[in-house]
Design a binder for this molecule. Structure first.
Ligand SMILES: Cc1cc2nc3c(=O)[nH]c(=O)nc-3n(C[C@H](O)[C@H](O)[C@H](O)COP(=O)(O)OP(=O)(O)OC[C@H]3O[C@@H](n4cnc5c(N)ncnc54)[C@H](O)[C@@H]3O)c2cc1C
Length: 407
């Protein structure tokens, strides 16, 4: 129990290679690191275990805004985010070189590794991070045991599995991944600058695909410290030769696929490695077990184009770490009946379902070419651009027209 304790760091038992904690978190990506910081700040003894001391330069979420920021503020991370990320407030949205509309609202761009480092830095005691690989987990109604590659052992009352898409540990517990859509989307990430070294004429820009056959949902350009970051989201066969062309000649291929971009970008070049990622949509099965709970990508993967991965994991962190886990620790045992409260949480279920719904919607809006979706696509952009034009007129007298267009 946490109530009568006066130290909050995990206890490394003297003379042994055993650590005792209230909660062991496996995986210090965004989900695990945020969870560790929230729980440790609340006074729980946390062992956060990740095989890497620093998250590597891997392509994951690189921008957040809107409701995600409200959640980060609620969890107490917004000030720290503001210090490490690049803020922007306006996104110019274009299609076929024409302005669709302008999105206004606080948003941030960053390398994912910086976001993870920011979350880890919010742990009150850095010794809560154990750099090691968890090789085995055994769970029960009472105490959970973890074995690490170094030979160290960790004992905890609850295990939070936040190991992302790496499924080996969950598999050993009998937890399986069901593939809902194989090779659902392909994403590219790279950084661009103007050839003349001057800044671009926009703060941030989104360019939507022009032809369904290209399978391009959108290209998102937003500021990071070293330049303008580009995230290109596609629904297309990952073995198509265009993938290689995008890696080898990103500038020319991008302009060939999105000719409407040319007047906005001018002469530009890619200044770093083009990273790409093929994403399956998956969800776990057999996860309701005593002593262990799965969060973030370890529970369900997301479509990057839908931009719901962070929203989902923030709901997981919020519900688990501010509501359920603290309550579970106040009474003996960690049986299934406790764990099931988290998986049946209304907000969690809604966020997981919304993520899958948006994944399917983005794919259909991008690449379905039957008449129904063709009309829907036209209406989608027409409604946005009419709403934008109305917004630019006199603010007072067109309120009702605006409402009707948005309905
Ligand atoms: C290309 C791409 C673009 C994306 N874009 C967006 C976007 O625009 N918007 C959005 O909302 N979402 C986006 N997402 C989704 C988002 O990035 C993920 O949902 C989020 O990063 C998942 O975080 P996580 O902590 O669950 O997993 P990860 O960040 O993958 O963390 C897992 C951690 O577990 C550790 N680990 C694994 N196994 C072990 C072990 N046995 N022992 C110790 N440590 C272990 C790993 O080292 C790693 O640090 C994108 C994803 C991708 C791939």
């Amino acid at each position: 129990m946490t109530a009568d304790r006066n130290v909050t760091e995990p206890i490394a038992e003297a003379g042994t290679s055993r650590t005792v904690a209230d909660i062991a978190i496996v995986g210090g990506g965004l989900a695990g690191s945020l969870a560790a910081a929230v729980l440790a700040q609340a006074g729980h003894r946390i062992a956060l275990i990740d095989k890497r001391a620093v998250y590597p330069d891997e392509f994951r979420v690189e921008k957040i805004g809107g409701h995600q920021l409200a959640m980060l503020r609620k969890l107490g991370f917004l000030d720290a985010l503001d210090k490490v990320a690049c803020r922007y407030d306006q996104v110019l949205n274009i299609r076929e070189s024409k302005v669709v509309d302008v999105s206004v609202g606080q948003a941030y761009g960053f390398p994912y590794a910086d976001l993870v480092a920011m979350a880890r830095s919010q742990m009150p005691d850095p010794s809560g991070l154990i750099v090691d690989e968890v090789t085995a987990v055994s769970c029960s109604d009472d105490v959970q045991h973890l074995e690490l590659a170094s030979g160290r052992q960790v004992t905890a009352r609850l295990v939070v599995l936040a190991a992302g898409m790496a499924g080996a540990l969950a598999y050993k517990l009998g937890i399986r991944r069901r593939v809902l859509a194989e090779r659902h989307s392909v994403s590219f990430g790279f950084t661009i600058v103007r050839q003349d070294g001057r800044p671009f004429d926009f703060e941030a820009l989104t360019c939507y695909g022009e032809r369904t056959a290209d399978g391009i949902d959108y290209l998102s350009l937003f500021p990071v410290r070293v330049g303008m970051r580009a995230n290109l989201f596609m629904f297309r066969d990952p073995t198509d030769p265009i993938m290689r062309e995008l890696r080898r000649e990103p500038e020319a291929t991008l302009l060939r696929l999105l000719p409407g971009l040319r007047p906005y970008l001018g002469d530009f070049r890619v200044v770093d490695r083009v990273q790409n990622w093929v994403m399956d949509l998956t969800v776990v099965e057999g996860h309701l077990q005593p002593g262990v709970v799965l969060i973030g990508d370890a529970f369900q993967t997301n479509c990057p184009a839908a931009g719901t991965g962070v929203a989902r994991l923030l709901v997981d962190v919020d519900r688990l770490c501010t509501e359920y886990a603290p309550r579970w620790l106040m009474t003996a045992g960690m049986g299934q009946e406790k764990i099931s409260q988290f998986y049946s949480d209304r907000d969690k279920i809604a966020a997981d379902q919304q993520s899958l719904k948006m994944a399917r919607f983005r794919q259909a809006l991008t690449s379905r070419n039957d008449i129904g979706w063709d009309v829907r696509r036209r209406l989608h952009f027409l409604r946005r651009s009419l709403t934008h034009r109305v917004d630019q007129m006199h603010p007072g007298w067109l309120g009702r027209v605006r409402g009707a267009l948005r309905a």
